[in-house]
Design a binder for this molecule. Sequence first.
Ligand code: SF4
Ligand code: SF4
Length: 367
Amino acid sequence: MDNMFQKVSKWGNIALFSQKTPPFLIFFVTGRCNLRCKHCFYWKNTERGNTDDLDIKAVERLSKEFNKLYNLLISGGEPFLREDLLEICILFYKNSRVEKISIPTNGSVSSVIYDSTRKILNACPDLQLTIELSIDGPSEIHDNLRGAKGSFDATLETYELLCDLKYQFTNLRINVITTVTNENICYLHQLQDFIKAKMPHVDNNFFGFLRGDCRNNDMFLPELSYLNQLECIITNHNKNLWSSFLNKLFFDVKMATLARKKQIINCAAGDLMGVVDNNGDVRLCELLRPVGNLREGRFIEIWQSKAANRQRRSIRRKECYCTHECFIAPSLLYKPANYPKMMRYVCSYLMRSLMRAPCSTCRVNQD
Ligand code: SF4
Ligand code: SF4
């Protein structure tokens, strides 16, 4: 009951009361990465490595500016290559009272990921920590996209190590994130079957659509007719009903956005969500230009600046659109203006779930 009360009160605080700082933050803690993935959208920063990463003092100042942070997504580069990652998590845990931290990782530095995760869980007992392993296809496809032979196997080794931790810490979750591109779309059924069979402790498998300006310009997001074939994987292959539903909901919103080439729900960027790059750039969203830099001012000043307000107005006028799920999720869940639309998606989801027969690929796999 307590738990339900806390959930409702959290929802109320986020959805109904505006805050001085966003309740959700994406923080790119480093530009350093040991891989050179073809589809990387952060590649210009990774080319510069960690040379312009914010130092720990700047991170501490940033963490003190958030009175209450609900979700922190720590990204990169490869976040686990940042040697003070533990310290960063502790700073946000203590100063911003963060409830959930998610860390996407390429999974290649298995023992480092294991050690850091264990230390974070020990140091932050009330934190819900999610490690998001990037897996983009069966072994060969994944290694080719990631530009490193053996990276699929390394990620599996990381998964095994994290499973050991999952037995000890109930507040650890393991997700798999798959980026859909022209080079892996045909293999995603195969990947899903692999995950179901060999990675039973994965909590959720989310699909992100390729976005931004990626390293290799022969990478692209397949056409809508091809993407449509993913509906079956997303809806039928997730073991958890709630994550299946969320996946499907996000999928429908993304498909409608691509089809209509416009923002079809009110975006939460600049309102509920903010972004800080490894060099201190502050953004309202990952895809729009920075509105300031932490080396020149405090986060809160930049967040409330004229430049930020100008961009905020442009977002509210729906002058941009994208399929970035990190922004779609809070927009749907915490922006009451989107609830009527969300209800329509829920109804259509229920109707289609009742009526749908498995797709031909599933039938072949079942036979
Ligand atoms: S996609 Fe991630 S792992 Fe790959 S190069 Fe970019 S930052 Fe590194
Ligand atoms: S719709 Fe996309 S591009 Fe526009 S502000 Fe939201 S997240 Fe950014």
